[in-house]
Design a protein around this ligand. Structure first.
Ligand SMILES: *[C@@H]1O[C@H](CO)[C@@H](O)[C@H](O)[C@H]1NC(C)=O
Ligand SMILES: *[C@@H]1O[C@H](CO)[C@@H](O)[C@H](O)[C@H]1NC(C)=O
Ligand SMILES: *[C@@H]1O[C@H](CO)[C@@H](O)[C@H](O)[C@H]1NC(C)=O
Ligand SMILES: *[C@@H]1O[C@H](CO)[C@@H](O)[C@H](O)[C@H]1NC(C)=O
Ligand SMILES: *[C@@H]1O[C@H](CO)[C@@H](O)[C@H](O)[C@H]1NC(C)=O
Length: 679
């Protein structure tokens, strides 16, 4: 989505701002005062205390750290029932209506190609430790994390042998006399070596973008080198990003009339080039069409004969979708910018996820019928950076959980949450601005928790099947899902979207397994384990916890979950397990020991960093040591580097390096000091 911002200005009448302004707005500050004017803000005050409109209104820093806190939507009348009964079945066949098997790596991340050097690392020997820690957490829950490096910036990317200073990429400024020209992105093979080193450490598997701006002069070097350097760590190559916007944005000089048929033909040129390229031996891992669906539907593309024509190349069918946009607030133009307070409620019930997915149910079924997985290749709360107070709130965390499980239920096989730069509100994780890397750490967004929780909900077996339970008389504020693994009930996910600090709108769900009205044998376990995703209000931005643990607040995270694991054990009586759901809350209920243990790392693998040299702005390599993290402890360590001699002293937070740690030390380092990137 990143370069949407660059393309948009000249392409649409509503965006008439000079490029310089855009660069400023994009890479440094956003001034959105008009948006705030009518917004009442709780500025970091607990719910119910005096509101303040001034603080956030005067905020002029980068979007990623915007302090705006909105009001939770009012409690609806009638309110949802507080005693829902949910009948469940032990086996997937009795339950019925389930999805295809889904991987625990379902939720991954989409990293704009041009910001890979901020998020992943500086070069193949200087990786971002917080990023490694985050990925390790995913690997230990759902399996190998899936990351796409691509986006609009892939279209003008070109590979060179090397870049001075050993850099992985640079953006050239482009032609300043032409404000719509996307700055070309120069990549070096070092980017791919860096990605491969990340894979070796934390098992990340990659989707890589191949440029399609110019089918007269096809550039496949990214694919060729990608295959030779990354080998099996490549999941697929995306050819063409949002081609339905090629005409509107003039990508590669294409005319406004650019049609699905034009795309079909050009995609054919790309496939022929790949099929003839002996340096790209894998032919069947191409991802397309990746339309944004703002101009064409998936069916418009399918109607060209796309799938049968390219079935030997297509590894998956992809779409990219943001449910809303904040473009007027960012770029100005005719009309009123959307008001975050008004938009907020649109994210805070079950229909949000259902309605994003609905237009793609047909496409998902068509993909499935053609034996192609269906991917949501780029998504987030809203395009043009998301909304202050929404995209970075606990409410967005609930939204991403519901939306993710809804996509899984609807037979999507992967969904990638987009990561932009400093000037978006929606990042799951944000490295500090480059001039602050010496004293600030990363900022974790609520949707990172959602992605992690979905990987726990689905587990590592690749057999998870998801069903939308529509409990509580299908009340849209209290949705729920059941997840089966190996054909057996493994977990239930419950939501309460209502915010009510009085407790009057908490509910208690009675989960019945087999027995009673099911006509099935009694199947309830004696006890279930419950993990909560917690905050006191949907608008809360700080102190969000998952099973008692947190990544920390703004600028606080080294990518590790901190604090002691807090898991509730609930006794079940007469085959009924009663789960208390505060307003608001999300709970994941584990029905078997396996369902719990496989999603709860005993001995988390983390790459720790030492902090003492951070105050100096020297780019010396800092120590990276492997350690266990706080919380859950046990004997069956599963850290992926295979160390068996890890110790962690909770009282003093001392981390003892192991042999594996010293290996890690050799090529991992915290990013400190100033480094230059992008403009
Ligand atoms: C990688 O980046 C670090 C930090 O900028 C630098 O010290 C190191 O020399 C670089 N390595 C190579 C091989 O360029
Ligand atoms: C990291 O990349 C460099 C090449 O730049 C390579 O020499 C080194 O062996 C790699 N490390 C791992 C663990 O793959
Ligand atoms: C495509 O991008 C490359 C690299 O930025 C550029 O050299 C080339 O001129 C572009 N082609 C078109 C048709 O715009
Ligand atoms: C998902 O696929 C399964 C298996 O083909 C099918 O039974 C189910 O109806 C599909 N789900 C949706 C929501 O279309
Ligand atoms: C987070 O929680 C801690 C401990 O309960 C409290 O001291 C702190 O003020 C909270 N921070 C915010 C921003 O709410």
């Amino acid at each position: 989505m990143l370069l949407y911002l660059f393309y948009r200005p000249a392409a649409t009448a509503s965006c008439r701002l000079p490029r310089m302004w855009l660069l400023i707005s994009f890479w440094s500050l956003l001034y959105l005062d008009t948006v705030w004017a009518s917004v009442t803000v709780y500025s970091q005050l607990p719910l119910g205390q005096a509101t303040a409109t001034a603080a956030a209104a005067n905020y002029t820093g980068a979007a990623a750290y915007d302090p705006t806190v909105l009001n939770p939507p009012p409690i609806p009348d009638p309110a949802p029932g507080t005693q829902p009964f949910i009948q469940l079945f032990n086996s997937n066949t009795s339950q019925g209506g389930l999805s295809i098997p889904i991987s625990g790596s379902f939720y991954g991340f989409s990293i704009e190609m041009s910001v890979a050097n901020q998020v992943l690392g500086v070069n193949s020997t200087f990786l971002q430790v917080p990023f490694l820690n985050i990925m390790a957490a995913f690997k230990q829950r759902g399996g190998s994390p899936r990351i796409r490096v691509g986006g609009n910036t892939q279209e003008t990317a070109w590979m060179v042998d090397s870049i001075p200073g050993g850099k992985v990429l640079i953006k050239s400024k482009g032609n300043s006399s032409n404000p719509t020209q996307t700055p070309a992105l120069m990549l070096s093979p070092e980017l791919l070596y860096m990605m491969n080193n990340i894979s070796n450490l934390v098992g990340v598997k990659w989707f890589l973008g191949i440029p399609m701006n110019d089918t007269q002069n096809v550039r496949l070097q990214i694919g060729e080198l990608g295959e030779s350097i990354l080998g099996p760590n490549i999941l697929g190559f995306q050819v063409g990003n949002e081609p339905d916007l090629y005409g509107r944005h003039g990508v590669g000089g294409r005319p406004a009339s650019y049609s699905p048929e034009d795309y079909f033909n050009e995609f054919g040129v790309m496939m022929a080039a790949i099929n003839n390229d002996t340096n790209m031996p894998t032919k069947n891992n191409i991802i397309g069409p990746s339309v944004s669906t703002s101009q064409w539907t998936m069916e418009d593309v399918f109607n060209t004969g796309y799938i049968p024509a390219y079935t030997h190349n297509l590894g998956a069918i992809s779409v990219e979708k943001y449910p809303d946009d904040n473009c007027l607030a960012v770029f100005g133009g005719a009309g009123q910018p959307k008001v975050p307070q008004t938009e907020f409620a649109l994210y805070l019930d079950h229909t949000a996820g259902v309605n994003i997915v609905k237009p793609f149910l047909n496409a998902s079924a068509i993909a499935l019928a053609n034996n192609k997985p269906f991917y949501m290749f780029e998504t987030n709360t809203a395009s043009c950076g998301g909304f202050p107070g929404i995209s970075d709130s606990y409410g967005a965390g609930l939204w991403a959980l519901d939306y993710g499980l809804q996509m899984a239920y609807s037979n999507f096989s992967t969904a990638l949450l987009h990561v932009g730069g400093q000037n978006v509100y929606y990042n799951p994780f944000t490295p500090p601005p480059t001039n602050q890397t010496s004293f600030h750490q990363w900022t974790i967004g609520p949707i990172l928790y959602s992605a992690l929780i979905v990987s726990e909900a689905l587990g590592p077996t690749d057999t998870a099947q998801v069903v939308d339970l529509n409990p509580n008389n299908a009340n849209i504020l209290t949705p729920g899902y059941a997840i089966y693994e190996q054909g057996t009930l493994a977990r239930v996910a419950l939501f309460n979207y209502v915010t009510d600090p009085t407790g009057a709108h908490a509910y208690t769900a009675s989960l019945a397994v087999g027995g009673g009205s099911s006509g099935q044998p009694n199947g309830s376990p004696q006890t279930v384990k419950v993990k909560y995703f917690n905050a006191t209000s949907v608008s809360q931005k700080f102190n969000i916890t998952w099973a008692g643990q947190t990544f920390g607040n703004t600028f606080e995270s080294d990518g590790r979950l901190q604090g002691d694991l807090d898991v509730k054990t609930v006794s079940c009586n007469n085959n009924i397990c009663q789960i208390y759901m505060p307003a608001p809350s999300f709970a994941l209920v584990f029905f078997t020991d396996t369902a719990y243990t496989e999603a709860t790392p005993d001995n988390p693998q983390t790459f720790s960093t030492t902090a003492q040299t951070r105050v100096k702005n020297t780019a010396t390599v800092d120590a990276a040591v492997l350690s266990t993290s706080n919380g859950h402890s046990g004997s069956q360590g599963r850290n992926i580097l295979g160390s068996t001699s890890l110790e962690h002293n909770k009282a003093t937070s001392t981390y003892v390096p192991s042999t594996a740690a010293l290996v890690a030390l050799a090529f991992c380092a915290i990013l400190i000091g100033h480094h230059n990137y992008l403009e």
